[in-house]
Design a protein around this ligand. Sequence first.
Ligand SMILES: C[S@@+](CC[C@H](N)C(=O)[O-])C[C@H]1O[C@@H](n2cnc3c(N)ncnc32)[C@H](O)[C@@H]1O
Length: 259
Amino acid sequence: MKEGHVFLVGAGPGNPELMTVKACRLLQEADVVVYDRLVSDAILNLIPRGTTKIDVGKQPHHHPVPQEEINETLIRLAKSGRTVIRLKGGDPFLFGRGGEEALALAAAGIRFEVVPGITSAQGCAASFKLPLTHREFAKGIRYLTGHCRADSGIEFDWDGLADPQTTLVVYMGLANIGEIARRLMDHGRNPETPVLAVSRGTLPDERHITSTLSNICIDLQAAVLPSPTLFIIGEVVRLASILGTFRHDMHPEQLAVSP
Ligand SMILES: C[S@@+](CC[C@H](N)C(=O)[O-])C[C@H]1O[C@@H](n2cnc3c(N)ncnc32)[C@H](O)[C@@H]1O
């Protein structure tokens, strides 16, 4: 029997043109694709008709397929000699539990490979022509999860996150962005710090709002952005409003920004 193999593959933020060449090739060669809720329909449509598709998507407010069960499915399929793609939104190793799947495969002695994907932070930023770092505005970036277990609050080193020269990207933040904004302001981050919220970034129905730390909660209630939504917090968001509306015939002064 042929030896099975699992590829942990990043599908990128949703637009199929943002997938890697390797991810596209593997999709044509796999026997089985095990995919998540974040993988867009346009990407699922690239999977050949004869390939088995297994949906382990975790719908909000529905019981998720337990991680253990996903691990067991991957191991079982690989042991039966299949070439398996575990297709995950964005990058498989960024807030995607890809590490847990890799450890389970390694423990079971299954051959596996990791194919990176464009994470949603990069996809959403590019969609708004927003550089996540920029001299004078941001010297670093922090990727954070806004999701927390019910029994523990959101705990970060808030003093570090309040640094005005750090861009913050909050994944899974829809439920807790108000709390995150409040804690940042309590620790000294300027309430006028701009915030960009991007919903379904890079997809045809992408939506966004720009706001500030002090207003994001109220603005979000009015806008009702659907999931998945990502937040980019920091002075670099000012550049999105300039570069995002850029026309080649603009006067250079219209492009001037100051920190
Ligand atoms: C479980 S995490 C997975 C992240 C993924 N591994 C990545 O690298 O982008 C899910 C979160 O990613 C963000 N996300 C994923 N795709 C997105 C998209 N197309 N637009 C906006 N946010 C997205 C949202 O914050 C969502 O709550």
